[in-house]
Design a protein around this ligand. Sequence first.
Ligand code: NAP
Length: 512
Amino acid sequence: MTLSAPRRFRVPGQGPRGTLTRMQSIEHFIAGRFVPPAGGAYLDNVEPATGRVYSRVADGDARDVEAAVQAATAAFPAWSATPAEARCRVMLRIADLIESRLDEFARAESVDTGKPLSAARGVDIPRAVKNLRFFATAILHEKSELHVTDREAINYTLRRPRGVAGLISPWNLPLYLLTWKVAPAIATGNTAVAKPSEVTPMTAHLLAKVCVEAGLPPGVLNVVHGSGAGAGQALVEHPRVATISFTGGTKTGRGIAATAAPMFKKLSLELGGKNPNVVFADADLDEAVAVSVRAAFSNQGQICLCGSRILVERPAYAPFLERFVAATKALKVGDPLEAGCDLGALVSRSHFDKVRSCIRLAVEEGGRIECGGDVPSGVNDRCAGGFFLPPTVITGLPAGCRTDREEIFGPVVTVRPFDDEAEAVAAANDTDYGLSATLWTRDLDRAHRVADALVAGTVWVNCWLVRDLRVPFGGMRHSGVGREGGEESLRFFTEPKNVCVRLRGDRRQGPG
Ligand code: NAP
């Protein structure tokens, strides 16, 4: 861990006012070294479960981005010429090192985000390891297309890395989503400048340390910390960063697209969602309830794929709601570091305030709070200042209301009845988003029919968040542009070139 020089400075929220304490500083990672920000500015890094500042993070600007792009540019010729097997080996070492430090990484992720330690340990960090292994080994099986043009020519496709990639990731699944971009980018021979969320920079910092230890050549991966408006915007604007992979909110994605388009950058946008969860009356209700609770409230509802709008066929509505509310009330909101906690804290004070305002809006729109709704009373003493909200279930909202159309990204779900399949599909598709959808039925024909009719990049039938890293992943409409995963990522980070070779001699006669 990079500790700041033996400098002393004030730690807001810790100790008596004005106390001088040493605190961990998270520096940029540029050209294989940890370096302070050019402008000398740092941002507070808050532990959401306590509301206290526990470290500080470099607040990068265009100068830091420039240094990182220079380092990545300098590293590109050698790295892109490194044989796939050697690139694979170093990436597998990074994966092994993360896995061997599972506890350290999981704790860091939990403290930084407010998510239960069990989730960081069981989901986030193992998935980051898997991302690295998946793309490290995928490049060993690379193949290319060959097209024969009658008997006149053969065409083959070369795929080459594009140079320096800008990778911008959000706070909800910090290492999981960062490695989902870093792994395919560097596996295919690009070099990268990553900009993690300023709210959750810690595991990106630990990743950088592991890259040094694993022997990743300097400059192949650089990490510039700081705000989106500062470091993030400078990265998108940089003329030598021709590839931008972004995961985050739709509004931010729109701004990034506007900046990148006039420079003809290649852009991947993974954006927000407002995902329907459609339950038909013939579904296995026990399973539908149990999985829908997980789909609604995992990671405090802060997963882009959360099923935040539940639609239930009328005959099953009352029994579903009764069981769903009972299961929701049984969830434990608590200190994320304690065993048995189902929901931890929301990621920040501002996000906590936003989610609360969404609950107030739902009530104004005529919603009835079936459970949750307000700040839970005292989680424990350590967490007295944390950003906790209980899982909240809302019914009775009018069709087309803002609560059902706008992303909340918190532990808030709405439930409403429907009368037939056509109504269910129309209601499910009634948003600007199209990221994912879930449907529950035992009727195979209906499953296929409704899956086809739903406007979503992923449809889960009788399950949720079953992930195969080979499948195309991404959103329709305002949920994004492009796809990640498997071949889609490998293609995104490479540039295809067709080579057409004329076949000499008269081959038009054919054999015989
Ligand atoms: P966000 O505010 O859009 O931020 C995402 C990233 O972009 C952060 O690193 C942010 O930096 C940076 N950023 C902000 N403004 C920027 C700018 N002008 N130029 C370049 N970068 C900029 O999103 P978030 O609040 O972190 O994440 C929540 C959102 O992400 C939700 O809408 C969720 O649905 C979406 N999401 C989508 C997927 C998916 O796969 N489709 C997955 C996860 C999350 P700072 O944080 O430092 O400001």
